[in-house]
Ligand binder design. Structure first.
Ligand SMILES: Nc1nc2c(ncn2[C@@H]2O[C@H](COP(=O)(O)OP(=O)(O)O)[C@@H](O)[C@H]2O)c(=O)[nH]1
Ligand SMILES: *[C@@H]1O[C@H](CO)[C@@H](O)[C@H](O)[C@H]1NC(C)=O
Ligand SMILES: *[C@@H]1O[C@H](CO)[C@@H](O)[C@H](O)[C@H]1NC(C)=O
Ligand SMILES: *[C@@H]1O[C@H](CO)[C@@H](O)[C@H](O)[C@H]1NC(C)=O
Ligand SMILES: [Mg+2]
Length: 406
């Protein structure tokens, strides 16, 4: 009962806040025809990720923030919106179209679906509601790791203000964003602990976190985790391109296909930074052949998703052809590549891998992890999903099974 009272008080005090804006029209009410100035009616959380991190780790960082906000809403803290950080100059994106302009999330994801889990805003929506020439963040918290996470032998959740440091990011590639105050904070622990920081400055309306990858999930793999994960549907156009490819090349029109095996063959930085986890071409071919014979005998079509060079791909393909397999990969035309860029191509590769009868991933690649989650959502037996390419020799640890919770 005490709990319920607290809950109600919390609900009343926080729910009143957004309405303080004159002329504000409640977004949650359906009879709202005019444009809603969400950026000023709500408080905003922005975040940024360590520049070298790739697309698929960034997807996990998004989930941490989205779940943090969703959990807070359940406790009555409803006056915050999460701003989706545009995708800018990702390390793995080399083409000129991807380099030039920051990309909104709608290029890759279905925004209505993201919003069904938690209210999010694109940065351009925030800009559209900004009356000044420069968007000013009230407080930018630059998160940093503690030097020794296990001080005195234990991992303790904690944070500590730290005077000397700078924001080394570039506000998602925009010159017209600044922060009134930059605060550096050593941080370790669950993401919900960020509220302690936010509440230090109760009048702030725009708060940003740099190094959003440092705070951890409160709980990994829970029901809420999967609700959030399911809401991360891809952009409809990308889904259509992938499904058309599966239908015309891989002879399947179902969600769970029986006609092909898929492989995520991660090369580039993995091939030289983790030689003990990544097989040679010859061993890759043997492992694929063995997996087909053992698990999906009769399958002739192999789909390869990879960041390998054209030469490596050609050698792999020839060796699989010799064993009578038909090899497929998604190669967009220049025009299509310009339209969807490397990010779109990677998502199409992931979608095609997700629908295969059997999937083999790369050890500890977040690109492979996201495919495995997609397959859990599609209802595949885990035995067809949690498989990895092994090194040519030595130990080959089995991948963890992250089973869906309904
Ligand atoms: N198209 C395509 N791109 C890939 C593939 N594997 C890796 N990449 C690219 O390389 C990046 C790898 O970074 P990340 O997403 O962090 O995954 P991780 O490094 O494997 O954990 C991806 O985001 C893609 O841009 C692949 O199979 N297909
Ligand atoms: C941008 O803001 C104006 C009013 O400030 C509004 O009429 C319009 O619908 C907004 N556009 C978008 C895309 O949100
Ligand atoms: C900042 O610059 C971008 C791109 O140049 C523009 O679209 C946006 O409206 C600007 N924001 C503000 C607040 O003026
Ligand atoms: C998956 O594989 C394990 C171990 O080989 C086996 O015990 C289990 O029955 C399999 N599950 C299904 C549904 O085939
Ligand atoms: Mg990476």
């Amino acid at each position: 009962m005490i709990f319920l009272n607290l809950f109600l008080i919390n609900l009343l005090t926080t729910a009143a806040e957004p309405n303080s804006n004159i002329g504000f029209c409640d977004v949650d009410s359906k009879n709202c025809e005019n444009h809603v100035d969400e950026a000023n009616a709500y408080k905003l959380i922005f975040y940024d990720v360590n520049p070298p991190e790739g697309f698929n780790l960034r997807r996990d960082v998004y989930m941490r923030f989205a779940i943090m906000l969703s959990d807070a809403r359940k406790r009555g803290r409803v006056d915050w919106r999460l701003v989706l950080p545009p995708w800018h100059k990702l390390y793995h994106w080399r083409s000129s179209s991807a380099k030039s302009k920051p990309q909104p999330w709608s290029s890759f994801f279905n925004i209505d679906s993201l919003k069904s889990f938690v209210p999010v805003m694109e940065l351009h929506e925030v800009f559209n509601d900004t009356k000044t020439k420069v968007l000013e963040i009230d407080t930018l918290y630059v998160l940093e790791n503690f030097e020794n996470p296990f001080e005195n032998g234990v991992f303790e959740e904690k944070w500590q203000l730290n005077s000397d440091c700078e924001y080394e990011g570039n506000y998602f590639g925009y010159k017209n964003i600044t922060a009134k105050e930059i605060v550096c904070v050593k941080f370790q622990g669950k993401i919900s602990k960020l509220w302690e920081l936010i509440l230090q400055h109760p009048t702030d309306r725009k708060v940003m976190f740099a190094h959003g990858e440092i705070p951890l999930h409160d709980n990994y793999g829970t029901k809420t985790y999967w609700e959030c994960r399911k809401s991360m549907k891809f952009n409809n156009n990308l889904v259509k391109i992938a499904k058309d490819f599966i239908s015309s090349n891989l002879n399947c029109n179902a969600d769970r296909c029986l006609t092909y095996l898929s492989v995520h063959w991660r090369r580039k930085d993995f091939a030289y930074s983790r030689p003990n986890d990544v097989p040679s071409i010859k061993s890759t071919v043997q492992q694929i052949n063995f997996a087909v014979k053992k698990n999906v005998p009769g399958v002739k079509r192999i789909f390869i998703a990879s960041d390998a060079s054209t030469i490596e791909m050609k050698v792999l393909e020839e060796q699989l052809n010799e064993l009578n397999y038909e090899v497929y990969s998604f190669n967009p035309s220049d025009v299509l590549l310009k339209e969807i860029n490397e990010g779109g191509v990677a998502i199409i590769d992931q979608i095609i891998c997700s629908h295969a009868a059997y999937f083999i991933g790369t050890h500890e690649s977040t690109f492979s992890f996201r495919i495995q989650e997609e397959r859990e959502i599609l209802g595949f037996d885990g035995n067809t999903t949690f498989n990895r390419l092994c090194p040519d020799s030595g130990l080959c640890e089995k991948p963890s099974k992250w089973k869906i919770i309904e």
